[in-house]
Write a protein that binds this ligand. Structure first.
Ligand SMILES: *[C@@H]1O[C@H](CO)[C@@H](O)[C@H](O)[C@H]1NC(C)=O
Ligand SMILES: *[C@@H]1O[C@H](CO)[C@@H](O)[C@H](O)[C@H]1NC(C)=O
Ligand SMILES: *[C@@H]1O[C@H](CO)[C@@H](O)[C@H](O)[C@H]1NC(C)=O
Ligand SMILES: *[C@@H]1O[C@H](CO)[C@@H](O)[C@H](O)[C@H]1NC(C)=O
Ligand SMILES: *[C@@H]1O[C@H](CO)[C@@H](O)[C@H](O)[C@H]1NC(C)=O
Ligand SMILES: *[C@@H]1O[C@H](CO)[C@@H](O)[C@H](O)[C@H]1NC(C)=O
Length: 466
């Protein structure tokens, strides 16, 4: 269900969107009264201030626009001449009624009127064809028969498809008035139509500059403010989107970021990045968001001296890696004496060994302080020392180490730590115990026990290699 819900919501939104599109056929953001009324016969314009000027009449009324402020012409028809046959002297021809009609056409709103055709003698009229003089493109005149015989009655229907393209300046005279003759074929009498398109708004002629309704920053035309440059809003009370678009939005990485990342000036929608006192340093990027000096340092050098800085990131030289190029990929410093990387007991990381075998340590994982051989290696030193010879005599055996005699096993060895105890026989009578020093420790604690039943049984895990 949780998976289906979003789909359902989407469907609802789509349906709402469709019904919205159906209910609101008018361009509610129309820039002018003309644009509005030309978009469809149902679209009217409110000539007083409202939230939206262009909408259906119903909506404009609901929005508080009074009827006399709603401009929504539906065209008009005026009978200019409608003599009756008795008014004329000519009795030889057909007689048309009316004789002259003036039409104002709102595109897509048809106008119609009856046309009566009679003969002076009331003879039935058959096979009559009505001909029209040249009709401007987009205007459709049709006839339908209402009554045959005498008089004959036709319904004349006139409709305009749309308004001329205003940006087409070739023909200025595009909304009429046009004069059109309708003549029964073979006769000389005719009906004259005067047709004008209703494409303009009468209110457009009145323009109030610096109108108080526009806070003095715009012209009021048909109740709408046309704001001065850089201003917008129904009352010209805002900085215009266009202005923000041109000068601001293009200079910000996103709304929350400062103009030109705070490192430059926005000139007509383009960031001009500040200069740095050090000519080797510079900002770059469309928003000055990049620099060639804002990179991690290592060993007091930008990018460790082993790469270059691009847009806050180190681009490392070959064989270097890491955020600040601090890490060498060269493994020669990790090679042990046996030519294995880290003695085969670790891996080389940034030119230094990380030993994986816990017994091994040192720069190349070659040191193994507690390896069995260590007891033997230190035996001569300890034996030399225990024999009563001092540091100077045992220097060649002991090197860096001093031996300290202790009295108890507790002083000698901490069993919680790694096994590091060595045991040797000393002069066949005594047991000599000593602890292998930890790395960095320079003294070897030693214990000599004589004439005792094997005291080392406690230390069965000793490394004594006897
Ligand atoms: C013209 O006048 C006649 C009466 O003489 C009337 O019946 C007819 O409806 C009128 N035509 C129009 C289009 O108004
Ligand atoms: C003219 O109007 C008639 C009847 O309303 C319609 O059938 C026809 O398609 C229209 N012609 C044009 C070019 O609009
Ligand atoms: C109006 O005319 C211009 C140029 O003549 C053309 O580019 C545009 O498509 C036309 N618009 C319409 C709605 O016909
Ligand atoms: C448009 O043409 C008509 C004749 O078809 C003419 O009477 C009218 O004055 C013209 N209007 C303009 C603005 O040229
Ligand atoms: C630090 O830089 C100096 C010279 O700038 C160099 O001699 C030295 O080897 C570097 N140290 C490390 C750990 O990279
Ligand atoms: C060994 O002990 C002597 C005397 O206490 C001292 O001078 C010397 O520094 C010690 N050597 C080491 C390596 O600790």
């Amino acid at each position: 269900m949780a998976v289906k819900l979003p789909g359902l919501c989407l469907l609802l939104l789509v349906l709402l969107g469709l019904s919205w599109a159906k209910k609101h056929p008018c361009p509610i953001f129309a820039k002018s009264c003309e644009e509005c009324i030309q978009s469809g016969p149902e679209c009217g314009w409110c000539t007083k201030y409202t939230n939206t000027h262009c909408n259906t009449v119903k909506y404009l009324q609901r929005a508080g626009c009074r009827n006399h402020h709603i401009y929504n012409p539906q065209g008009s028809l005026q009978i200019l001449q409608n003599y009756s046959s008795s008014d004329t002297a000519d009795g030889s021809s057909l007689f048309l009624q009316p004789q002259q009609v003036s039409l104002h056409l709102r595109p897509a709103v048809s106008q119609s009127f009856p046309l009566t055709i009679s003969t002076p003698t009331d003879q039935p009229i058959t096979e009559l064809t009505l001909e029209t003089s040249e009709v401007p493109a987009g205007i459709n005149i049709t006839f339908s028969s209402v009554q045959r015989g005498s008089p004959l009655m036709m319904q004349v229907n006139v409709e305009a498809a749309g308004c001329p393209n205003t940006s087409d300046s070739v023909n200025q005279n595009q909304t009429g008035p046009w004069s059109i003759q309708i003549t029964p074929r073979g006769f000389t009498v005719s009906l004259k139509l005067e047709i004008t398109l209703q494409c303009r708004c009468s209110c457009t002629q009145h323009r109030q500059e610096k109108s108080p309704d526009c806070n003095g920053f715009g012209s009021l035309v048909c109740g709408r403010c046309y704001c001065e440059k850089n201003l917008a809003g129904s009352r010209c009370q805002l900085l215009s989107d266009e202005f923000l678009t041109r000068d601001e939005r293009h200079c910000r990485r996103d709304e929350t970021k400062p103009l030109c990342s705070g490192r430059g000036t926005c000139v007509e929608g383009t960031c001009q990045c500040n200069r740095r006192p050090n000519p080797a340093e510079g900002y770059s990027g469309a928003f000055c968001e990049c620099s060639n000096f804002d990179c991690p340092y290592h060993n007091n050098s930008i990018c460790g001296g082993n790469g270059r800085c691009e847009c806050g990131k180190c681009i490392c030289d070959p064989l270097w890696t890491g955020e600040s190029c601090e890490c060498s990929m060269d493994t020669t410093s990790c090679l042990a004496k046996n030519q294995q990387v880290c003695n085969g007991r670790g891996f080389c990381e940034c030119g230094a060994c990380r030993c994986t075998d816990p017994k091994f340590s040192g720069p190349t994982c070659e040191e193994c302080p507690f390896c069995p051989g260590r007891c033997t290696a230190l035996h001569n030193c300890v034996e030399c020392w225990v024999s009563g010879l001092g540091p100077s005599r045992c220097a060649s055996e002991c090197g860096q180490y001093n031996v300290t005699m202790v009295a108890t096993h507790d002083e000698l060895y901490d069993p919680k730590k790694m096994p590091n105890l060595c045991k040797f026989w000393f002069k066949d009578l005594c047991s000599l115990f000593f602890a292998v020093p930890f790395p960095g420790q320079s003294t070897i604690p030693a214990l000599l026990q004589c004439d005792q039943p094997d005291p080392a049984s406690r230390f069965s895990f000793s490394f004594a290699d006897v």
